[in-house]
Write a protein that binds this ligand. Structure first.
Ligand SMILES: C[S@@+](CC[C@H](N)C(=O)[O-])C[C@H]1O[C@@H](n2cnc3c(N)ncnc32)[C@H](O)[C@@H]1O
Length: 192
């Protein structure tokens, strides 16, 4: 997937134009603090949400046009948006975060890149830090259809973080974007 090209062509079919409802609900119910990374932040709606809930958030995305558009949408947060690769984060991002917020970064990645995603989280999240995820589990692909988004069964989420993380919270949210009802999972993991 060429993400930069998709932003340049304005083919951003994943963009819902506002922050994730289950993530908002989670932050409302579980006051969370600290330096926070939103990997694959796209247009930055979850960065805006995180700042609204008191988090010191940075949005990271590999697509420069996506980041430029996030800065234009949220000019007051412009300095919080950074171009970069989660799989090879800049030195200042390494070991720098108390919280990582996952929202449709993982589901956009080909399954062959999942180990790289895990490594990117390990490189950026401090021991003791929280990985707060709204994981897009079931994109309801038709027969023969490929992603993105790619299906990410709960068993694979469990397997990916089986070592080095402990389970904090896990549920199917009762709030979602209309097209994602019942297809997401909120799972929060603490890095050991
Ligand atoms: C499906 S989009 C989701 C964007 C945003 N989270 C949203 O919900 O609108 C996936 C995003 O991950 C970004 N991305 C893909 N690989 C990345 C990487 N290795 N490092 C950082 N960002 C990446 C893409 O550019 C894209 O913006």
């Amino acid at each position: 997937m060429n993400w930069e090209e998709a932003y340049q062509k304005q083919e951003v079919f994943w963009n819902r134009g506002k922050p994730s409802p289950p993530l908002r609900q989670y932050l409302e119910r579980h006051p969370t603090r600290g330096r926070t990374l939103v990997p694959g932040c796209g247009h930055g709606h979850e960065v805006s949400l995180a700042v609204e809930y008191g988090l010191d958030a940075v949005g990271l995305d590999i697509a420069p046009t996506g980041i430029a558009e996030a800065r234009a949408l949220y000019p007051q947060l412009a300095a919080r948006f950074v171009v970069g690769d989660l799989f090879n984060p800049a030195a200042e991002l390494r070991g720098a975060f108390d919280v990582v917020l996952e929202h449709t970064c993982m589901s956009g990645l080909h399954p062959s890149l999942r180990a790289d995603y895990r490594r990117g989280i390990d490189l950026t999240l401090k021991p003791g830090g929280l990985l707060v995820g709204v994981w897009f589990i079931d994109p309801q692909l038709g027969p023969g259809e490929e992603g993105p988004p790619f299906a990410f069964p709960v068993a694979e989420l469990t397997a990916l973080f089986a070592d080095g993380y402990e389970l904090v919270t896990d549920y199917v949210p009762d709030l979602a974007f209309e097209s994602r009802v019942g297809r997401e999972r909120v799972r929060v993991l603490r890095r050991l």
